[in-house]
Design a protein around this ligand. Structure first.
Ligand SMILES: [Cu+2]
Length: 639
């Protein structure tokens, strides 16, 4: 046992060490001029994309844990406003830097400057993207890596690799959104992407050295599609999800929803006698249709020897998906106690009076307020604790400091939805199987919750199932909780947590930077008052933005949707019969079975998918002439 003086010495040394690690913290400044450039990442279509400093893909942002990050934005788009959200960063003490427009800031007007300034105190794999008007799928999204000198796995790997995966559209979001929300699309069919990408390209090659182990950070920066990802001939040892280190877990195939991240150790083979494909395959169960030219796979290669061929990936029989609910955080944080507040939300898709298809939590489809919600907090005095001031359609929940908050989400919809909470990660206590119905109707009790639950910031909710999450309200701020399918953000699948508003007033009152207020002025957005902009009577919400009215009595939205679907499926049936008649050899049972398996569903359900995979899967899985890009791992980990 150490003597008191030795212990004091050790204590002093520890203090010294901690001050040394603090001194590593740096100011990292990015100057981002956001503007239009032309790109063609899948080799099929030139299109305008949103780039940074004249470049696209946008840069990978990289900082060290503890760094202060300053991002000076100039919006040179000319025709669109913008914003930046740093997905997964807690923004503790800086909720005004979180990014969603009309929530914690005004959009950055065309021609305006705006500075994000925050300290990053968490390690791991994140990403940044526009959080304004469904804009990021037009290109304004990229990885954000927080390196960690104290990475618990630092002795287990040699180098780091960052790989983004994404869906890709040939058309720009404003036009797609207009159609998606129109009465011409009463069933709410989401636009289906044209392609999938690795690192915003196709035919990506990753140079590996035999025997080395790589810390691979994979980020789904897509708009819509979840992605099945696997590496032929190599296992993944998962060690991080969404910025949370986990105990090691072996996986052969992972599913990454839009916005999710997964880091894993991948050990290279000891010989260089072959190269190996890796594949991301979009989750086609999300798609309502299968355009004829859709290739929903993207392939890359682990390259051991450039002189050797890049083999086609093998068809897989089924997707054996790693269940992220089985993960445990490395810090072994125990299950939070019984909640102080429970928020129960049910996901519903329905039509409103304008004929568009909207997404609801219960009876509310999110509609942005006149005044950004944070500015309502800061200008409403004691009434900031009254959810009424934030307006009915921001779907506000006021949380008290340090409450344990439970969120129950029931899916009354046959689609998969990845739910994301800003400002926190959450303990994932429960996820039902598909078709399980309401959580309240199940006989699941607290005893079914894991003692050490997995934590992340984005969790997939299964069709007609339910999830239960908990977090501690220890981060005063205004935080959205929303589905991360961008189509569903647009159609209203969001709620607002106003966390510790009085503490927020005390810490941020009078401190909103002038450039934040200036862009509001440029867009004529008020910066004080309730959701209706009323600064006199904060409980008078007359004039708050509202969604379209419900459908008139006598019309049932479901009836209209059902009618539409039955007409469409009738037409599809005819088309399928015609196709089988014309298909000839393309419809050979082997090809169709393999194709259907690849699609993750029975062939009878989606014959179109089968045909397309049969066509695409039996040919090289990539187009000639697409820019292949080689990446080399960067140094990191063990020396
Ligand atoms: Cu969704």
């Amino acid at each position: 046992m150490a003597s008191p003086s030795v212990r004091r010495l050790l204590h002093t040394t520890a203090l010294l060490l901690s001050s040394i690690s603090l001194s590593w913290a740096a100011n990292v400044t990015y100057d981002f001029e956001i503007g239009w450039v032309t790109a063609n990442p899948d080799g099929k279509a030139d299109r305008p994309v949103i780039g940074i400093n004249g470049q696209w893909p946008v840069p990978v942002m990289e900082v060290n844990k503890g760094d202060r990050v300053i991002v000076n934005v100039l919006n040179s788009l000319g025709n669109q406003s913008t914003s930046l959200h740093f997905h997964g960063l807690f923004m503790n003490g800086s909720t005004h830097m979180d990014g969603p427009s009309q929530v914690s800031q005004c959009a950055i007007a065309a021609g305006s400057r705006f500075t994000y300034d925050f300290v990053v105190d968490q390690p791991g794999t994140y990403w940044y993207h526009s959080h304004n008007k469904g804009q990021y799928p037009d290109g304004l999204r990229g990885p954000f890596i927080v390196h960690d000198p104290e990475n618990p796995y630092k002795d287990s790997f040699d180098e780091e690799i960052v790989i983004s995966v994404s869906d890709w559209y040939h058309d720009e979001m404003p036009g797609l959104i207009q159609f998606f929300m129109s009465k011409e699309n009463p069933g709410g069919a989401e636009p289906v992407p044209e392609s999938a990408l690795f690192n915003d390209t196709q035919n990506l090659t990753v140079a590996l050295q035999p025997g080395k182990t790589y810390f691979v950070r994979m980020v789904n920066i897509g708009a819509f599609a979840g992605q099945h990802v696997w590496f032929e001939g190599h296992n993944m040892t998962i060690v991080e999800v969404d910025g949370v280190y986990t105990h090691p877990a072996e996986a052969s195939l992972i599913y990454l929803s839009a916005a999710q991240r997964c880091s894993f150790l991948l050990t290279a083979k000891n010989d260089t006698t072959a190269n190996f494909p890796f594949v991301a395959s979009m989750d086609t169960t999300l798609f309502d249709s299968y355009p004829a030219d859709l290739n929903y796979n993207v392939t890359g290669w682990l390259v051991y020897d450039k002189a050797l061929p890049l083999p086609d990936p093998a068809l897989v029989d089924e997707f054996d998906i790693f269940d992220d609910m089985t993960l445990q955080p490395y810090d072994n944080e125990p299950l939070f106690g019984e909640p102080d507040q429970t928020v129960t939300l049910s996901v519903i898709m329905d039509n409103l009076d304008d004929g568009g298809n909207y997404a609801f939590f219960d009876n509310i489809t999110y509609t942005a307020p006149k005044v950004p919600t944070l500015y309502t907090v800061l200008s409403s005095g004691d009434l900031a604790t009254n959810p009424q001031v934030y307006g009915e359609y921001t779907h506000p929940f006021v949380l008290e400091k340090d409450q344990i908050v439970e969120i129950v989400v029931n899916n009354i919809d046959p689609g998969r939805h990845p739910f994301h909470l800003h400002g926190h990660n959450f303990q994932a206590l429960w996820r039902s199987e598909e078709e399980a119905g309401l959580f309240a109707d199940s006989n699941v009790t607290s005893s079914a919750f894991p003692a050490i639950p997995m934590r992340r910031d984005t969790l997939v909710l299964y069709p007609d199932g339910n999830i239960v999450l908990r977090f501690k309200a220890d981060n005063p701020g205004v935080w959205l909780f929303h589905c991360h399918i961008e189509w569903h953000v647009i159609s209203g699948l969001a709620a607002t947590f106003v966390e510790a508003p009085l503490e927020l007033q005390a810490s941020l009152g009078g401190k909103i930077p002038q450039d934040h207020l200036d862009t509001c002025a440029a867009l004529a957005v008020p910066t004080a008052g309730n959701a209706a902009g009323n600064t006199v009577d904060l409980l008078d919400l007359e004039g708050e933005p509202v969604p379209p009215k419900p459908l008139p009595a006598g019309f049932t939205a479901r009836g209209i949707v059902a009618l539409t679907f039955s007409i469409v499926s009738g037409l599809l049936g005819v088309a399928v019969i015609i196709w089988y008649g014309l298909a000839g050899d393309q419809g050979s049972p082997k090809a169709v079975a393999a194709a259907a398996a690849l699609a993750g569903k029975g062939e009878e359900e989606h014959p179109h998918a089968a045909r397309r995979i049969a066509e695409a899967g039996l040919e090289p899985p990539y187009e000639e002439g697409v820019r292949g890009e080689e990446i080399r791992p960067v140094s990191g980990g063990r020396a």
